[in-house]
Design a protein around this ligand. Structure first.
Ligand code: CU
Length: 254
């Protein structure tokens, strides 16, 4: 078990600029006691192979969904290396299904083109005020929205002007390896080149985008359990404030 370094960035609602720049300039938590419970512990199971299977869980060992984990290689001098652009993952989709963004949390590499289809029968009007990508697509259905290129690292918070409960997140990352934990808390990062990596974990419902970090060795650390010291609150909007049928037949009601 290792206590991990943790740093804070500004709140994600106003988080702008490049994440890495924000990280490097971010002061350490001013009040460590405030986050005494929010440190990350890890245990590793040794086995051969260069794959890395992660599981994110809370202090009660329950799986934690929506955690964003990224890995950046560490060079011989201890500095992190710029990650190569992801090959074959330059396009991603953030759908809208049942008055919710699907997936709730999307992680992409810088430069990824994201499509925003609307699979609902009702029209959505989506927007982001986040500095990393400010945009608005007014009322639309189906595939009417133009794709958006996310070319700045940062956290982009999505909303809908019609349905206030709708919230989604796009994490735009400069790391070459990353994933988002599923309902089982699992992230499969697949095969990684041997070496040391800086693992960073973020969660949209960890206060002020606390960034939890630790070092990982590949091969060696083939299966890691990342245990949060606090359980993130449940997803917002999991209980829509609008009945889909009411919205469908009554127009775009709130
Ligand atoms: Cu909507």
């Amino acid at each position: 078990m290792a206590k991990l370094e943790r740093r804070r960035t500004r709140g994600h609602a106003s988080c702008g600029g490049r994440l890495l720049a924000a990280f490097s300039s971010a002061a350490r938590a001013a009040s460590p006691a405030a986050f005494l419970a929010a440190f990350l512990m890890a245990s590793s199971a040794q086995s051969a192979g260069a794959g890395l299977a992660l599981r994110v869980e809370g202090p009660d060992r329950a799986p934690v969904v929506d955690a964003v984990v990224s890995l950046v290689p560490i060079g011989a001098d201890g500095a992190t290396l710029p990650g190569p652009a992801r090959i074959g993952a330059a396009r991603a989709t953030m759908d809208q299904v049942g008055l919710a963004f699907v997936p709730h949390v999307l992680a992409v590499a810088v430069g990824t083109v994201v499509d925003f289809p609307n699979s609902d029968q009702v029209r959505h009007s989506i927007y982001s005020f986040s500095a990393a990508q400010t945009f608005e697509v007014k009322l639309y259905r189906g595939f009417e929205a133009p794709p958006i290129t996310f070319d700045r690292a940062g956290i982009v918070v999505l909303g809908c002007n019609i349905h206030d409960h709708m919230v989604g997140y796009v994490y735009v990352l400069e790391a070459p390896h990353f994933g988002v934990s599923d309902e089982a808390g699992a992230i499969a990062l697949g095969e990684l080149p041997p070496g040391r990596y800086r693992l960073e974990l973020r969660h949209p419902r960890l206060e002020e985008s606390v960034v939890l970090t630790r070092e990982v060795e590949v091969p060696g650390d083939s299966a890691l359990v990342l245990t949060l010291g606090a359980t993130p609150p449940p997803r917002p909007g999991s209980r829509p404030d609008v009945d889909p049928l009411q919205s469908l037949f009554g127009g775009p009601a709130r």
